[in-house]
Design a protein around this ligand. Structure first.
Ligand SMILES: [Zn+2]
Length: 314
């Protein structure tokens, strides 16, 4: 054997083996690298997704807060410009109000939601809303056939019932004292028959300062006094009995602006429970929420001890 040739062959084989190792190593490296990179990329995408979720939640919360504050500030301001409807009011100082609902602090404003002209197709809706918000109100009712369940529900759910005449027909109620008395006893008896309550709260149709009576209001007031019946007007009006119907937003704004403008500690709010007054029902939850959000406000039903808000007191 030629030793030189043999040496060359061995050298050649070694080189081939080295080359093969390099090729195999390169192939393995090239195969592993993308897999490792993919795994790293997946992990990073996962963590970025989590951060994106966090940011989205944060942005949504900020959006909600901005919408709420825009909503809160818009409504009262737009009405405050036109100002609350001024009402002639003469508040009589009566006895102190319901014990336990407020302290002696003069900062507390007692707000009485009152609904005139019912019962109606909306009485149940109004009662449902009041129940939902755990608020007691006052219903100055008329004599209406077929609404026994509504009169009953008002009483059973802890609201106050007041009289608002039986017929609400001005020419009849106010034609003379006998007519006034007869109408009064009719509605008082109806309430007693259905609820068992001896009603001693009254609201004059049109209010005590109405311009439609055919007789001196003093006579009617004297008659109520003799019967120990207290009458209540209002110093806040939702404006829902206007010829041109108010929108729910207008009613909310009127009530809230006027409650804030009341200088004393008693706000009696006039609203209506009557056919066609759908916007009052729509406004009610917002009114309650806004009033409850006021620090110094308590919502109460009128009782015989409530400080009277009266337009006319001769
Ligand atoms: Zn009325």
């Amino acid at each position: 054997m030629d030793p030189v040739k043999d040496n060359r062959t061995t050298e050649h084989k070694k080189r081939i083996r080295r080359l093969r190792r390099i090729i195999v190593s390169a192939a393995v490296f090239l195969l592993i690298l993308p897999t490792v990179l993919s795994v790293i990329a997946l992990v990073r995408i996962g963590s970025m997704n989590a951060r994106l979720d966090e940011i989205t939640t944060l942005l949504n919360n900020m959006n909600d807060n901005m919408n709420m504050s825009v909503h809160e500030s818009e409504e009262p301001k737009s009405r405050a410009a036109s100002g609350p409807t001024p009402l002639t009011e003469k508040s009589l100082s009566g006895q102190d109000d319901e014990a336990g609902t407020e302290d002696d602090s003069t900062a507390v404003k007692k707000v009485y939601l009152t609904f005139d002209d019912g019962p109606s197709q909306y009485t149940d809706d109004i009662l449902d809303i009041l129940a939902e918000y755990d608020v007691k109100a006052t219903f100055f009712v008329n004599g209406r056939e077929g609404f026994d369940a509504e009169y009953m529900r008002i009483a059973l759910e802890g609201h106050s019932i007041g009289m608002h005449s039986y017929s609400h027909v001005y020419d009849e109620v106010y034609s003379d004292l006998d007519s006034f008395a007869e109408d009064l006893h009719r509605i008082q008896q109806l309430i007693k028959d259905i609820t068992g309550e001896e009603c001693r709260l009254y609201r004059f149709p049109g209010g005590s300062s109405n311009a439609v009576h055919h007789m001196p209001m003093a006579e009617c007031i004297e008659y109520l006094d003799a019967k120990e019946i207290r009458y209540f007007d209002w110093n806040v009006s939702g404006g829902d009995a206007m010829a041109e119907p108010h929108s729910a937003a207008q009613i909310v704004n009127d009530v809230c602006a006027q409650v804030q403008a009341v200088s004393g500690d008693t706000a009696v709010v006039l609203l209506h429970d009557a056919a066609g007054k759908r916007s009052t029902v729509e406004a009610l939850p917002v009114i309650i929420e806004k009033l409850k959000a006021m620090d110094d406000v308590v919502l109460l039903p009128i009782t015989e001890e409530t400080e009277a808000v009266q337009h006319v007191r001769p």
